[in-house]
Design a protein around this ligand. Structure first.
Ligand code: UD1
Ligand code: MG
Length: 463
């Protein structure tokens, strides 16, 4: 992308987003795993603006804090009580000018467009720079333009101004080309253009859109149509949010299918943007692939499986399970109904079966934990088998303790390992053992559990 210097970018995030009917600001709602604000900031940051400003007001502290968490170099600007997108930019420009005179291009973007991407912004910037215009607005054409500002052109097609829905007459309302709320301005043109803004309009707000008309007195203004209409779709309520998320997810699924991944039902398979999937992997219905999850070739995931920042190597199978921050080795077999919490390493050909929960467990190659067990803060060697219903008691109420079990160990059913405890290689344990003390290699351990029989006994109600 040959975008020449962008001196500043201003992201507008001061609005409440009343139509979301939410206790949190609209820009902190999530889309495909990241907030709207995070997504727009990432797209803008990739263009390397000299300064990145985010304008806040509604729950400003919370939005400002979020912005800083996504990019520590952000300049947070507080908008005052005067309402409107124009006022937001006035406040930002005032603060930016305090750091010295701005020259070059300034990008302005609303923050309620979750799919606004770097490619679209870069193309807008290139168009602007090549046109020599003082201002360029990013537009799109919508079947239903209701609610948007309309782009008004003269008979030769030159952009004259933007008219908001609430201020438009019937012929203006008939226009389908709309303002996306993304612009590039020459810094000097912008500074002049926002000076004269007023709030003499249907909403009593300072409109940034009016700055386009004033900019015309300084230099030519233009419009650039977004190549991909989805990239500029705004979200104002939760119905639009769901529809846009669905459309985006379908694209992501189609991308992976074209890369050689089998997705049985794209309608019920949700894949976030940073996921990677190998060829001939099979994703079954009802699966959620989130964060930086990586799935190897020929792996089978689902049905009804959630993977969060998980790594699933080739040929592994993960069925009806929830897996987070866990590495599943090649050809391992997980599920059904397995809960792998953060910090597990499962070796090649290992197994975690039904109703098994693990946390910070290292399971060696070929080791199997097939049924109804909890393994937490534990290291298990290779080719060890854990009997059903076995628990590592890792928590004494204050501290977590570690269990180490060696290789080629046969743990009987219903064992309890009271950590900290270490069991050597080649050990066999009896069913129902409570292992409180270390066990040397190549030994057998069982704990006495006396069986008492009371002959002829009956419950009281039967006596
Ligand atoms: C705005 C545009 C409209 C465009 C539409 C695209 C104006 C006057 N209108 O209308 O032409 O078609 O976006 O979605 O600009 N914001 C602030 N401070 C404020 C008000 C808003 O920072 O005082 C921020 C909001 O957080 C939001 C963005 O500006 O990110 C747009 O505000 P919104 O109220 O959604 O404007 P629209 O009415 O949608
Ligand atoms: Mg809006």
């Amino acid at each position: 992308m040959a975008s020449s210097a962008l001196s500043a970018a201003i992201i507008l995030a001061a609005g409440e987003g009343t139509r979301m009917k939410s206790s949190k600001p609209k820009v902190l709602h999530t889309f495909a795993g990241k907030t709207f604000l995070n997504r727009v900031m990432d797209s803008v940051t990739a263009l390397n603006p000299g300064t990145l400003a985010v304008v806040v007001r509604f729950q400003g502290e919370r939005v400002g804090e979020a912005a800083r968490s996504y990019n520590e170099h952000v300049t947070v600007v507080e908008q005052d009580d005067k309402p409107g997108t124009g006022r937001a930019v006035q406040c930002a420009m005032e603060q930016l000018a305090a750091n010295g005179e701005l020259t070059g291009s300034v990008l302005i973007a609303a923050s309620d467009m979750p799919l606004l991407d770097t490619e679209t912004l870069g193309a807008l910037l290139d168009f602007h720079n090549n046109s020599g215009h003082g201002a360029t607005v990013l537009t799109t054409v919508l079947d239903d333009p209701t609610g948007y500002g309309r782009i008004i052109r003269d008979s030769e097609g030159n952009v004259l101004r933007i008219v908001e829905q609430k201020d438009a007459n019937s012929s203006e309302l008939a226009v389908h080309e709309v303002n996306t709320s993304v612009y590039v301005f020459d810094a000097a043109v912008l500074s002049k253009a926002i000076k004269g803004l007023n709030s003499n309009n249907a909403q009593g707000e300072f409109y940034l859109t009016d700055a386009l008309e004033t900019a015309k007195q300084e230099s030519a203004v233009g419009a650039f149509a977004a190549p991909d209409p989805l990239s500029v779709e705004g979200v104002n309520d939760r119905v639009q949010l769901a529809a846009l998320a669905k459309a985006h997810n379908l694209r992501v699924c189609e991308h992976w299918m074209r890369e050689g991944v089998d997705i049985l039902d794209p309608q019920t398979t949700w894949i976030e943007d940073d996921v990677a999937i190998g060829r001939d992997a099979v994703i079954l219905p009802g699966s959620f692939l989130q964060g930086h999850t990586v799935i190897g070739e020929n792996a089978v995931v689902g049905p009804y499986t959630t993977l969060i920042d998980a790594v699933v190597d080739e040929e592994a199978v993960v069925e009806r399970s929830r897996v987070q921050e866990t590495h599943i080795g090649r050809a391992a077999n997980i599920g059904p109904w397995t809960y792998l919490r953060p910090g597990n390493e499962l070796g090649e050909g290992s197994k975690a079966g039904a109703f098994v929960e693990m946390k910070k467990a290292h399971i060696g190659n070929g080791t199997k934990v097939p049924h109804l067990s909890y393994v937490g803060d534990a290291d298990l060697g290779e080719h060890t088998n854990i009997g059903g219903g076995t628990i590592t008691a890792n928590y004494d109420g204050v501290h977590k303790h570690h269990t180490t079990i060696g290789s080629n160990v046969h743990v009987g059913a219903g064992n309890l390992f009271v950590a900290p405890v270490t069991v050597g290689d080649g050990v066999t344990t009896g069913a129902g053992s409570v292992v409180r003390h270390d066990v040397p290699s190549d030994s057998m351990v069982y704990s006495e559990n006396t069986q008492h029989v009371v002959e002829g006994w009956k419950p009281e109600w039967e006596r």
